[in-house]
Design a protein around this ligand. Structure first.
Ligand SMILES: C[S@@+](CC[C@H](N)C(=O)[O-])C[C@H]1O[C@@H](n2cnc3c(N)ncnc32)[C@H](O)[C@@H]1O
Ligand SMILES: Nc1nc2[nH]cc(C(=O)O)c2c(=O)[nH]1
Ligand code: SF4
Ligand SMILES: [Mg+2]
Length: 196
């Protein structure tokens, strides 16, 4: 059983798989406390109905060959059962995580978005496929470099503007990426497209 907040078929809006159709499973519960979090309604796991994992899987496989598990903070829950089952049905498993909890589950893609309040565990830095740092103000460029020093050498590096501050920070990110081309820019394209 997992506290399911919502599930929806959409286009991955962010990061390395931007533009790819995927089925999103949003699991409730997060205690990381980002002040700019765009899904604060997810934080209290008790508000989201405990849902049988088999039911979530049966639904997901109708829609897509790729499932993105997000939250809330999905790694607050053990994700071994749901991900093994999805992979056994030839579904690719992707996760969006802050990395603050131990890494369970089997993954085709791990997107690590580290948060200052509760830093990732080393095991998640070691296994991340992409690092996606949210840039809310200028101090976050320094934070991003510190985080990039902790990930493995195959990890793609992204800077993503915090949505409410995007008009101010996006031009600074563009400038930063041109000066520091190991980074790429990631935008929340689903918000520009007005899709979930
Ligand atoms: C809502 S979080 C859920 C997964 C996990 N708790 C995490 O933070 O990675 C999904 C993604 O949205 C990003 N995000 C959340 N609020 C945002 C905002 N206001 N602007 C830009 N990105 C945001 C997070 O950093 C994360 O990469
Ligand atoms: N379209 C779309 N792409 C996303 N990529 C990461 C998201 C998330 O909230 O984890 C997200 C989301 O909420 N919608
Ligand atoms: S870790 Fe993710 S879900 Fe939790 S508060 Fe931060 S952005 Fe929101
Ligand atoms: Mg989102």
């Amino acid at each position: 059983m997992l506290p399911l907040m919502e599930e929806f078929y959409t286009i991955q809006g962010e990061g390395a798989h931007t533009g790819k159709a995927a089925y999103f499973i949003r699991i409730g519960g997060c205690d990381v406390g980002c002040h700019w979090c765009d899904v604060k309604e997810s934080w209290n796991a008790k508000l989201h109905p405990a849902t049988a994992t088999e039911k979530i899987i049966e639904n997901a496989i109708k829609y897509s060959d790729t499932v993105v598990i997000t939250g809330g903070e999905p790694l607050m829950w053990n994700l071994d059962f749901i991900t093994k089952n999805l992979q056994s049905r030839n579904i690719k498993t992707h996760i969006e995580t802050s990395g603050a909890y131990t890494l369970s589950g089997v993954w085709n893609w791990i997107c690590l978005s580290p948060k200052k309040n509760k830093l990732p565990l080393q095991e998640v830095y070691d296994r991340a496929d992409e690092l996606k740092v949210i840039v809310y103000n200028k101090n976050d460029f320094k934070f991003a470099e510190d985080q990039a020093n902790k990930v493995n050498g195959n990890c793609t590096l992204f800077l993503q503007p915090e949505w409410s501050n995007r008009e101010k920070m996006t031009p600074l990110i563009v400038d930063y990426v041109m000066k520091n081309p190991k980074w790429k820019i990631s935008l929340q394209t689903h918000k520009y497209l007005n899709i979930p």
